[in-house]
Design a protein around this ligand. Structure first.
Ligand code: NAP
Length: 343
């Protein structure tokens, strides 16, 4: 029997997060005691998810589930969740910072049509037709998308760093779409003026990783991997798709894969390959945490593999330092806010 492992998966109630939980169950031998802590925003979803995962892992002993309710757009929620984790666990082996999303308002259908006809592979990999709202602010007076996809992950990691230190791994989830992010703007770090805050927040998450991966590895023994799941079918844009358009989208995903896109892995289980591999199988000496992104990819026949890309520039390193300075200030502000709220 191995030593007990504890995995925390944010946003595990659906899409990629649920697939990460399933893939983790398939990757860690059943002889190893495992606790999976899921986060969801609502109790009902947390309970349903645990019962689905119990059914998935049927027959497996040495497995326990736990949940915490987490809303990434609230620093007090993150603080509360951190306190719960600190009181229940002595260490965390894997933290999957999966939850996130965008403030999408729809799909520009005529634009999508033109973009797909003029360059199908590019349009299906780096779409410009998902319409995002600009300028949404959270209850904590932070850029809403920036808080959810960037700051919240950093705040959570900082708050529970003692549980991760000495061997824990953090898996950050970026996106292939970060390749079409606007240039980093030090005047708009919270992305409230960006017309594509989701896309830009994923680039900022990569910059955050660049800023801290080496330091956390050297000083805390925490390995932070940046990964992305390729492109898979989840509920991220479900609000704007019906049965027919979902079917059409899936057909286009398969066509993209057949004509050579490595990124159209299609299923969330395939998308979970790189995140789970980074947590369970990556060997730090051969698979460095710094300067490399590990992504889920597929060949034409749907055989999945982990694809490495190594494209951090000097400009990225400079911007990463600026971003980190701002994030550290926000951590201090948030701790003060939480202190005032509880006094
Ligand atoms: N699907 C793709 O092709 C793709 C590609 C690249 C990257 N990603 C990334 O993969 C991750 C998971 O996305 P997905 O595709 O699986 O989308 P999804 O099906 O919409 O799942 C998103 C998860 O995040 C949770 N969440 C959303 N807002 C939250 C908040 N404010 N606080 C706490 N939890 C919140 C959702 O909870 P609720 O159910 O309560 O909304 C859900 O569990 C995201 O970081 C996304 O950017 C996905």
């Amino acid at each position: 029997m191995g030593t007990k492992r504890v995995a925390v998966i944010t946003g595990a109630n659906g899409g990629l997060g649920y697939a990460i939980a399933c893939r983790l169950l398939d990757s860690i031998p059943s002889s190893v005691p495992l606790t999976i802590v899921i986060t969801a925003r609502h109790l009902r979803k947390a309970v349903e998810t645990i019962s689905r995962l119990r059914a998935y892992a049927k027959g497996r002993d040495l497995l326990t589930f736990d949940y915490v309710l987490l809303d990434l757009t609230s620093v007090s929620s993150i603080n509360e969740v951190s306190n719960q984790l600190l009181s229940r666990y002595t260490h965390i082996d894997y933290l999957f910072c999966n939850a996130g999303g965008g403030d999408f308002t729809g799909i520009d259908w005529p634009g999508a049509f033109v973009e797909i006809l003029s360059g199908p592979l590019n349009a299906l990999t780096h779409p410009h037709f998902k319409v995002e709202r600009c300028g949404r602010i959270s209850r904590d007076s932070l850029g809403w998308v920036f808080q959810m996809n960037v700051f919240a992950n950093y705040f959570l990691m900082k708050q529970i760093s003692t549980l991760l230190s000495g061997g824990g791994r953090v898996i950050l989830i970026s996106s292939i779409e970060s390749r079409i992010a606007h240039e980093f703007n030090p005047e708009d770090i919270q992305l409230t003026h960006s017309d594509q805050p989701y896309v830009d927040s994923k680039k900022s998450l990569e910059l955050l990783h660049t800023a801290i991966a080496k330091r956390w590895a050297d000083e805390l023994g925490v390995l932070i991997y940046i990964t992305h799941p390729g492109i898979c079918h989840t509920s991220i844009m479900a609000e704007y798709l019906n049965f027919l358009t979902t079917f059409g989208m899936l057909c286009l995903f398969y066509i993209a894969r057949w004509i050579g896109s490595p990124w159209h892995v299609v299923s969330p289980y395939n998308g979970a390959l790189a995140p789970v591999w980074a947590a369970v199988n990556a060997v730090p000496e051969a698979d460095p945490v710094e300067g490399v992104t590990y992504a889920s990819a597929s060949d034409r026949l749907g055989r999945c593999y982990v694809k490495r890309t190594d494209d951090v520039t000097d400009e990225d390193r400079k911007n990463a330092a600026i971003l980190l300075e701002e994030l550290d200030k926000l951590v201090q502000d948030s701790l003060e806010r939480v202190r005032l709220e509880s006094s």
